[in-house]
Design a protein around this ligand. Sequence first.
Ligand code: ZN
Length: 398
Amino acid sequence: MIRAFIHASKVLTGEGILLKEGRMLKPEDVSAIDDGAVVFDEKKILWVGPTRELPKKYQRAKTTDLRKKRAIIPGLIDSHTHLVFAGSRAAEFARRAAGESYQKIAGEGGGILTTVRATRSASVQDLFQSALKRALIAYRFGVRTIECKSGYGLDHATELKCLEVVKHLRQALPQMTFVSTYLGAHAVPEGVKKSTYIDEIIHRTLPEVKRKGLAEFCDVFIDEGYYTIQEGERILRAAKKLGFKLKIHADELGNTQSTRLAAKLQAHSADHLLCVSDQSIRSLAKADTVATLLPGTALYLKVPYAPARKILDAGARVAIATDFNPGSCYSLNLPLMMNLSAMQMGMNLAEIFAGVTYSAACALGLEQSKGAILPGFDSDFIVLPYAEFEELYYRMGW
Ligand SMILES: [Zn+2]
């Protein structure tokens, strides 16, 4: 059935952002149409433009009049989350916030190991139920596409179990798009030699994930105390050979030049970049690799934010995501991350808009169908309860 929304206060199509491939954006690149209309069917957007120019052939479509009170924007895209895990780290959060170090808590068997233990002993059904609740929270924040990583199993069976959960989410919530990422190299499992685990990732888990179609992306946490740049490159090259698209948790805790590796391997994104070097920024600017910034994590870890202005002014593409995870950012509120991007990272209106639409779609390889309101794109947009897009992130944490 063909439907139309008419008299939207504004329709932000994102066309200007698309034309510039998300680089060097000015506020007007959001391409706002005043008193706009969108015509669409179950699958695709058919027409977008000013309501007064609505083509005759669509005038009999089932119409909803927004009376210039509500704006339409593309469905938001959260391109970096760790949605699937079990257990709670609330008590640990309180201790950390009160001043205890993560190292001390981790040394007592807390930190990520708490989550790994809980996730290993959880059933697929329990993991699914908790992930489903979280996905619905994201939905209420306007998120329509969400990336979900494994990485709290750190063994073959549990990593597969977590990716299975994403498959179930896809069936349960067809109104959302789920992109799944295998992040077996998230940390080193307790009591296992790192080289043995890497061999398992390369020779056993990656091929099985591929064979079962459980993930489109492979991600590696390259950082001090986690995986070295050589180990990361080995895993990612093996993944690429099998047909996975790539992501890297890059230059978060220290500068490992992993952002540069992401550009070299033509990864879809390099994520975090809190400690990225100028040299790596230059290589990003020349590449298609998206810089995915996660300001909620900097806030949570009480460390300086990523140098967003430097990265943007160099000409790189920037996505903004929540990094939702139980340890370093327990928030699914993507508009809050947009607020931090404006207030703490100095990003302009179009940069923030692109960060959760077009550029986030690029980070997931979905830029042909998501992140813009143009004919031929998916019927994937949200009608805001406000007349202006800015309200979405002006309202901090609403
Ligand atoms: Zn992450």
